[in-house]
Design a protein around this ligand. Structure first.
Ligand SMILES: [Zn+2]
Length: 147
């Protein structure tokens, strides 16, 4: 949380700026979807869910444990994690591809690679959609690959 980052650094902002520059148009916090996903890219039928590692319990080094009020935090986190799971199931059931981007994927050395992977997934999935390639399950990509 107190990790040093550059300016203009909200993780969602980084993703939005990059995909916009790559030519993607998207909706932000769309109320028509459960959980108001951060970014909805209709042409690739993809939802991008940017998750803070601390709040959503990624399990990486950023998922620190507070020294006090542990019960309070545990309760809050379990709600967040349950909500994430519920939203994700609902989006995928409706045929939306999903990219889960953990905050740590956008920090430091991983940032550029993560942003490139997001753009290439959108390219591939949009092309597949344009061709009408049938799929049993929507795509799912998680960044970074490992916590
Ligand atoms: Zn993380």
């Amino acid at each position: 949380m107190s990790r040093i980052r550059g300016r203009d650094t909200k993780p969602e902002t980084l993703v939005r700026q990059r995909i916009f520059a790559a030519g993607w148009r998207f909706r932000v916090c769309d109320r028509r979807f459960i959980g108001r996903p951060d970014i909805v890219v209709p042409r690739a039928r993809t939802i991008i869910d940017v998750r803070g590692c601390f709040w959503h319990r990624h399990g990486c080094a950023d998922s620190t444990m507070p020294k006090s009020n542990v019960a309070f935090w545990m309760e809050k986190w379990s709600k967040n994690v349950r909500r994430d799971r519920r939203n994700e199931e609902e989006w995928r059931r409706n045929g939306w591809n999903l990219i889960v981007v953990w905050g740590c994927a956008l920090a430091g050395r991983l940032r550029e690679r993560s942003l490139l992977r997001i753009c290439s997934a959108l390219d591939i999935w949009a092309e597949e959609r344009a061709k009408g390639t049938p799929r049993a399950r929507p795509h799912r990509l998680t960044l970074p690959r490992q916590p």
